[in-house]
Design a protein around this ligand. Structure first.
Ligand code: SAM
Ligand code: SF4
Length: 374
């Protein structure tokens, strides 16, 4: 079982915090779509014939794709891959694209899961982030998606925004609960290098992010999500029973995936590769029948570090039997030696052969993973 990720590298406007690859112009859209169809054929053998369990349209802004384009992309995929019955097909959507007609159209495609980028329902937060939509549009887009019959819906929210008070964060979460959705991704605002946000903060033009408010918001988040009966299955992800993002889960479980489109990453089990983050280069390399990617064979150390980093963030935790089986005794003793201090400080909880982050430990996930790396 494997997954396919398709990167749609266009946005109407760049959000100030975002460093995902995308351009704020649709100049190359038609050429890109043709190149994408060709890339599907060029990369047809990457997954070695494994059945496709999940397809994820990510971005950028996949909701700019028309009904026909979505069907054509899926059709091209199905010409060269076996798509499993009941495959999860997710599309990331921006609220300003999701009017009633668009949502009804999407419902007629095989897309069966929408992930809507709300970020906040408040004007001043959306302004700070340079989002193009309003809070009201965000609410309407969710209602339209529900009315159209989507029953696997997720929204993204961001916390730690300097304009977001404790009360407003609570209101955003209550708004989420009021829609009775299946899934929430809640991200701490990170200041990514070379983003407008970094530049504006460094110039003193906008308020910097406060670490204490990130910690406060995260604590509020986990308390409330627990109270409402959501499963906190990954640091930034919460769901109702059986509504895990199967696609993301497959990344964390080391399954193979193929990434299509500029900047998309792929993983074959032994190596990873990443496509060029440049639309015109992407198109011209595909025209020359070249796979537009750089490749790296993974060492055992890299595989071990990836395993620690990803599994530690999830509800399934780190399994010492898995370390022994896949990486050997030496890695296991390294792990056992370094995990001790985190268990002692209460950041990691041990249950037989499994190791999980405590709620407090979740605040230090990256540092703990780094402390366990080889
Ligand atoms: C790459 S975006 C694509 C989704 C879609 N274009 C949108 O903006 O709604 C996926 C999600 O990543 C999150 N994200 C991206 N950059 C972030 C950052 N610097 N800090 C926190 N969250 C971020 C946002 O919540 C966003 O919805
Ligand atoms: S957050 Fe979404 S809409 Fe904003 S720039 Fe990034 S990909 Fe584009």
């Amino acid at each position: 079982m494997a997954g396919i990720y398709i990167h749609i590298p266009f946005c109407k406007q760049k959000c100030h915090y975002c460093n995902f690859f995308s351009v704020a112009s649709e100049k190359y859209k038609d050429q890109f779509i043709i190149a994408l169809y060709k890339e599907i054929a060029l990369q047809k053998d990457y997954l070695g014939g494994e059945e496709i369990e999940t397809i994820y349209f990510g971005g950028g802004t996949p909701s700019i794709l028309s009904f026909d384009e979505i069907l054509m992309v899926l059709d091209e995929i199905s010409k060269v891959h076996q798509i499993g019955m009941g495959a999860e097909i997710t599309l990331e959507a921006n609220p300003d694209d999701l009017n009633k007609e668009k949502v009804l159209e999407l419902r007629k495609t095989p897309v069966n899961r929408l992930s809507i980028g709300v970020q906040s329902f408040f004007k001043e937060d959306l302004k700070y982030l340079n989002r193009i939509h309003t809070g009201e549009q965000a609410s309407l887009s969710i209602s339209y998606a529900k009315e159209a019959g989507f029953d696997n819906l997720s929204i993204d929210l961001i916390y730690g925004i300097p304009t977001l008070t404790k009360e407003k964060w609570l209101a955003n979460l209550n708004k989420f609960f009021s829609f009775n959705l299946q899934h929430l991704s809640a991200y701490a605002l990170t200041i990514e290098p070379k983003t407008a946000l970094e530049i504006l903060i460094n110039k003193g033009k906008i308020k910097p992010v406060n670490e204490n408010s990130i910690v406060g918001h995260f604590k509020q988040l986990i308390t409330l999500m627990n109270k409402q009966g959501f499963i906190h299955y990954e640091i930034s992800n919460f769901c109702r029973e059986d509504f895990y993002s199967k696609h993301n889960k497959s990344y964390w479980f080391g399954k193979k995936y193929l990434g299509l489109g500029p900047s998309a990453h792929s993983f074959s089990g032994k190596s990873r590769q990443w496509n060029v983050s440049n639309i015109s280069k992407y198109i011209s390399e595909i025209e020359m029948k070249k796979i537009p990617a750089e490749k790296e064979n993974l060492t055992t150390i890299q595989k071990y570090n990836d395993y620690i980093l990803t599994s530690m963030r999830t509800i399934w935790g780190i399994d010492s039997n898995y370390i022994k089986k896949h990486f050997g005794e030496e890695f296991l003793s390294h792990f056992k030696f370094y995990i001790k201090e985190y268990i002692k400080s209460g950041k990691v909880i041990r249950k037989q052969d499994k190791f999980f982050l405590s709620d407090n430990g979740k605040l230090f996930a990256d540092g703990i993973a780094a402390g366990l790396f080889r």
